[in-house]
Design a protein around this ligand. Structure first.
Ligand code: ADP
Ligand code: MG
Length: 208
């Protein structure tokens, strides 16, 4: 089960990890983009981690909505509106709960990832964050039948996300700035797939 404190711990952990990995993410983005992904993410998630210190939230959903709006206004680039939408949509299935179980977190994850697709129109293999999120969702939902815990399912999702991230390396980008490079985008891991994996790994550490 994951309560408001667990979700706030998720954002605190994600913020710390993104700050640590900021240079790595920026290096990845320098190879096939404009070299701002690490600073974009660190700036946005630092602002999110601060929310819990500055304000009392009534529920998981109001908190996640504020996180989404904060990301939209602070991350910038292509990824800001996409991650913002992800967190705004996560809130929906968690509206009536103050302690989310595995099924609800799964519904939230699905809603968030569908929001990214609705907004960015990425398909599997386009070399984007969706290439980490899609297999992660599949793994989370695939683990559901066996009656596994939220922690197990998040762990499975994080591992599948990491494999999806690594599998972006040979791909030619078909969305976002990296797509301007055409064939030259091949041979590099996608920065957004890397930051998405960081969020999933962080969720596995905190949301259970
Ligand atoms: P920008 O490309 O505007 O500089 P960032 O560097 O912050 O923005 O983010 C780049 C990442 O955004 C890419 O690595 C990719 O994963 C993701 N991205 C870009 N366009 C899309 C899209 N249409 N759908 C999903 N993800 C996308
Ligand atoms: Mg960039």
């Amino acid at each position: 089960m994951a309560d408001l404190t667990a979700f706030q711990n998720w954002l605190a952990d994600a913020s710390a990890t993104l700050k640590e990995q900021s240079e790595h993410l920026t290096d990845l983005d320098r190879a096939i983009g404009d070299g701002d992904h690490g600073t974009n993410m660190a700036r946005g998630f630092t602002a999110c981690a601060r929310l819990a210190e500055d304000e009392e939230f009534e529920g998981i959903d109001t908190y996640l909505k504020k996180v989404g709006m904060t990301l939209v206004s602070t991350v910038g680039g292509a990824s800001g509106p996409l991650y913002g939408t992800f967190f705004l949509r996560l809130a929906g299935p968690l509206a009536a709960t103050d302690d989310a179980g595995a099924a609800q977190v799964g519904q939230a994850l699905r809603a968030g990832i569908e929001g990214i697709v609705a907004r960015g129109k990425a398909e599997a293999g386009d070399k984007t964050m969706y290439d980490a999120f899609a297999p992660a969702l599949e793994a989370f939902e695939g683990a559901a039948g066996s009656g596994s815990s939220l922690a197990d399912r998040l762990q499975a999702a994080a591992e599948a996300g990491a494999r999806g991230r690594d599998a972006t390396e040979p791909l030619v980008a078909r969305k976002g700035r990296a797509s301007y490079l055409g064939e030259r985008s091949a041979g590099h891991i996608d920065p957004g797939a890397s930051s998405a994996t960081i969020l999933l790994e962080s969720a596995a550490r905190t949301l259970s």
